[in-house]
Ligand binder design. Sequence first.
Ligand code: FPP
Length: 230
Amino acid sequence: MTSTNSVPAHVGIIMDGNGRWAEKRGLTRTEGHRAGVRVVHEITQASVSYGIGYLTLFAFSTENWKRSYEEVNFLFNLFVQTIQEYLPQLKENSVRLNFIGDVSSIPLFVRTALARSAEETHNGNKMVLNVAINYGSRNEIVNAVRTIIKLEIKDINEESFKNYLYTADQPDPDLIIRTGGEKRLSNFLLYQSIYSEIFFTETLWPDFTCEEYYSILEEFSHRKRRFGGL
Ligand code: FPP
């Protein structure tokens, strides 16, 4: 089966480079994250306009706890602030917010704000915005195993397994973009990404523009995808 694609059903983005962007300008890392939020907003809008059904943004990984207490605390506050600030626009654009990751160990005030915003946007039918917070694929897979182990062995297969991941009922990402120059997936959507087209760009996340995004989407639309066939 060969397939060319026009619009990806699902795009995943590893938003890397906020810290370096800030350091280059003599600013604090937290100012880099603030600059990154503006880009989150623009890319979300651009994705809705382009007709993308699912956008997954890697906001905080299970490994990000290794950062300083101040930075982790700043990030959690920034997530809550940003979500509250953009909620009216998300609703206006019929975007449904969904959080993927192990929310059981994030601070209660963050968990409460996330649950409320997901609830407030649950009627959104244009695009699902998955925000990955305390997300890691290995954690996701192990959690799935803990649940699925209660099923009969004959009912466990590749398709049924997918329903126990945080992205249950969603298409696999067709396209994954990583900004910031590193060329790895860093525990992001590992089960789901076997046939994803992957684009790496040197651009640091706060400098990533809709123009660059559209040019990646354009290049994606010309890639031939064989899904293991000829
Ligand atoms: C990676 O850059 C970025 C993060 C760990 C945080 C990303 C978060 C945002 C852009 C805010 C998003 C908000 C919402 C609600 C989605 P880095 O700090 O690892 O950069 P570096 O590699 O240059 O140090």
